[in-house]
Design a binder for this molecule. Structure first.
Ligand SMILES: [Zn+2]
Length: 702
């Protein structure tokens, strides 16, 4: 992963400010009263400025006045203040505009760069393996010096200077006109996007509150597995096993493929549990409670016959199978209601759906939908499904959307790899010293390898490892890696190569991009795809044989099946958000019924023909749907982008120079970036082609 500080939620530095604002909180209270009557003032200024700077400036004058008036509030000043501000700050000739642009670019880089340094220092104790974390360290780690920057810039009117002089754009404009813009025009567009919203603090606070409430609901939604029984009342799971919905439940289904004796019964029972969570027929007392036994088939609950935790039954608890009262959907509804309050303050993306697709992803919703549908309707799906049935030796069941049996055993055992790695890298320092060699093996020239090494600081991580880039030139990227006292193990090495991939991307996309306003990559899917390319070559770096064609093919089939599954999940998430926008006054029960219906419809359309069973609701089980504001489509898009980047590297034959060429492009739209990188826009073809080849490879050898 790549650790994003709060202001760095998105891959692009300045776009990041925009998305983080939806999560930002606590700024000065702004009273959001009606705008002053600006109309007369704008008409007067319009004439005056065109007379002063010439007819050639008409379009810029009109646009600038419109953009400023749109965000101007009563507390910013009356018509006289407005007029004075516009006269003083309109850049009516190219030289003044150039000076303004260059100065904003430089000063914002300084601002974000230094704030990022502060943030990194404040997080040091929490992030690094540097002794105990005291309570105040956590407060430092949670502090965000950028939280109020956009508010401050509206208050001191630096934001209005940008709005008066640089263009606000919609995604449609960026897609249609973007390819013909100069790099400078792109940088101006990114500059204006920093100030595309002015959300009152109270609204931000509501969003943050709804998000944290939903998050806390989700994070305590555990099922005590020992207390589940199958149809016959038999226990299937070991004592003390507590699984968080949906992540751990899904991963347990995956792990159960290895349990020849009880795996199938366990998987079927977990499916029952998931369905009861989605339909909210789960007994309320069965949630996060080790003091009752629950049969998810009959839905019967009773006092636990055996104990596996210290928890004592609550004296108030009544043991009945009364259902959870649609709390899941009440939480989701609250996130929607909070997100909707942002709409009036976001003129270029006036719904959460638009903000997610048009701003965070910069791929229109219809295109994303079309790509996902291309995956779920691919003729390869029934072929891969058939292969899975053959490998399982039984017909597919609905939970097999999480089939996990395509993983291949490599040529080396984990223990052998651990021994090789720990000998080579006994300390983080030893890994740091070897970075130039590693990069040369990955195809970078010795000079580039040295340049990159000089830009990477290696630290000992407290957790498993992460990468943290810089936000201004002259600052270095940080690679946080975990090294045990016995030396680095293989897992740690594999992660370190991934994080180093982030650092390499971060170094190129900050230092070699022509405008720092364009630093970064289009979105997080790109960062991850690029890091995974290097990670995928970790064995060669160790001088061991690369994965053979068959294990490569199995990995592709695994990715394809995962993408097929998560595409359906994403389509449900998208439809549910549309339903909420279409039914703003819905009750939690109505939302529950609608979600169940949507999940069934999508299943029946794209999954039932393959699984031979209708009306399955499983696609609605993801917890992100409840607390993450339409985040799920990022997963399948990430898979597709990953394949495109990977295929291009294969085609080019060398990673190093391709990596540099791609990442110097900076933060333009995903399609422009991908066309520059691979010749084609973002799409599913690379995944589908690779799957077709993989199917031929594995099928031939079966
Ligand atoms: Zn990563």
């Amino acid at each position: 992963m790549r650790l994003f500080l709060s202001a760095f939620l998105c891959a692009s530095l300045f776009a990041a400010t925009i998305c983080s604002r939806e999560n930002a909180m606590l700024s000065v209270a702004i009273d959001d009263q009606a705008l002053p009557r600006m109309k007369g003032a704008t008409e007067k200024l319009d004439k005056e400025l065109i007379a002063k700077y010439g007819e050639g400036q008409r379009a810029r004058v009109e646009r600038g006045l419109r953009q400023v008036a749109e965000f101007w509030r009563a507390e910013d000043g009356d018509a006289a203040v407005f007029e004075e501000f516009v006269r003083a700050n309109f850049a009516g000739d190219q030289a003044t505009l150039d000076t303004m642009f260059n100065r904003y670019q430089r000063l914002l880089e300084q601002l974000y760069g230094h704030m990022h340094e502060i943030n990194r220092e404040f997080r040091q104790q929490a992030d690094l393996d540097a002794g105990p974390v005291l309570p105040f360290d956590e407060v430092f780690a949670g502090y965000d010096p950028l939280a109020h920057v956009v508010d401050d810039f509206f208050n001191n009117k630096l934001a209005f200077v940008v709005l008066l002089n640089f263009p606000q754009t919609t995604l449609e404009e960026r897609l249609e006109q973007g390819p013909s813009w100069t790099r400078r025009q792109w940088a101006e567009v990114r500059l204006a996007q920093v100030f595309s919203k002015r959300i009152p603090a109270a609204v931000n606070l509501d969003v943050a509150r709804a998000a944290s409430e939903a998050d806390s609901y989700i994070s305590q939604y555990n099922i005590w597995m020992f207390h589940l029984t199958d149809q016959n009342g038999q226990r299937l799971f070991p004592p003390k096993l507590r699984l968080l919905s949906h992540w751990n439940l899904r991963d347990e289904i995956k792990a159960d493929y290895a349990d020849a004796q009880h795996g199938l019964a366990k998987q079927r029972t977990i499916q029952q549990v998931m369905e009861r969570i989605i339909t909210q027929t789960i007994p309320e007392v069965a949630i996060n409670n080790a003091t009752v036994d629950w049969n998810p088939w009959t839905n019967e609950v009773k006092a636990a016959a055996e104990k596996d935790s210290d928890a004592a039954p609550s004296t108030q608890m009544r043991i009945t199978n009364a259902a959870e009262p649609s709390t899941r959907y009440a939480m989701l509804l609250k996130t929607y209601q909070a997100a909707r309050k942002v709409d009036p303050y976001s003129p270029t993306a006036p719904t959460l759906i638009a903000r997610r697709f048009d701003e965070d992803r910069e791929i229109p919703e219809q295109r994303v939908r079309a790509m996902l549908e291309q995956v779920v309707t691919s003729p390869l799906v029934p072929k891969v499904a058939k292969l899975i049935e053959t490998r399982l030796g039984r017909p597919l069941e609905p939970f097999d959307i999480w089939y996990d049996g395509f993983r291949s055993r490599g040529a080396y055992t984990e223990a052998q790899l651990d021994a090789i790695v720990s000998k080579r890298y006994p300390t983080a320092e030893a890994y740091k010293k070897d970075i130039p060699n590693i990069l040369v093996k990955l195809g970078f020239t010795p000079e580039k390898a040295q340049y990159l090494t000089d830009n990477i600081v290696v630290d000992s991580a407290r957790g498993s490892g992460h990468a943290m880039g810089a936000a201004m030139r002259g600052e270095k990227a940080h690679l946080r890696t975990r090294v045990e006292s016995t030396g680095m193990n293989y897992k740690g090495f594999n992660i370190a190569v991934h994080e180093m991939g982030h650092n390499v991307e971060e170094t190129f996309s900050l230092n070699e991009v022509d405008y720092t306003l364009l630093q970064g990559v289009p979105n997080t899917a790109f960062t991850e795809a690029l890091a995974m390319v290097l990670q995928g070559h970790d064995l060669e770096v160790l001088g061991l044989a690369a994965p053979d064609a068959r294990s490569d093919a199995l990995k592709t089939l695994n990715d394809f099946w995962n993408t097929y599954e998560i595409s359906g999940v994403a389509l449900v998430d998208m439809s549910v958000w549309h339903w909420m926008y279409d039914h703003p006054n819905a009750t939690p029960e109505q939302l529950r019924d609608a979600t169940v219906e949507i999940a069934k419809q999508i299943w029946n359309k794209y999954y039932a023909p393959v699984f031979g069973k209708k009306d399955v609701v499983l696609l609605a089980v993801y917890s992100h749907m409840i607390d993450s504001f339409l985040y799920l489509p990022d997963y399948p898009i990430g898979h597709l982008i990953g394949f495109q980047v990977e295929e291009q590297m294969k085609k080019a034959g060398a990673i190093g120079p391709e990596f540099e060429r791609m990442t110097k492009m900076g933060s333009v739209t995903p399609d422009m970036w991908m066309i520059h990188a691979t010749g084609k826009p973002v799409g599913a073809e690379a995944l589908l082609t690779a799957t077709e080849h993989a199917l031929a490879q594995v099928g031939a050898q079966k």
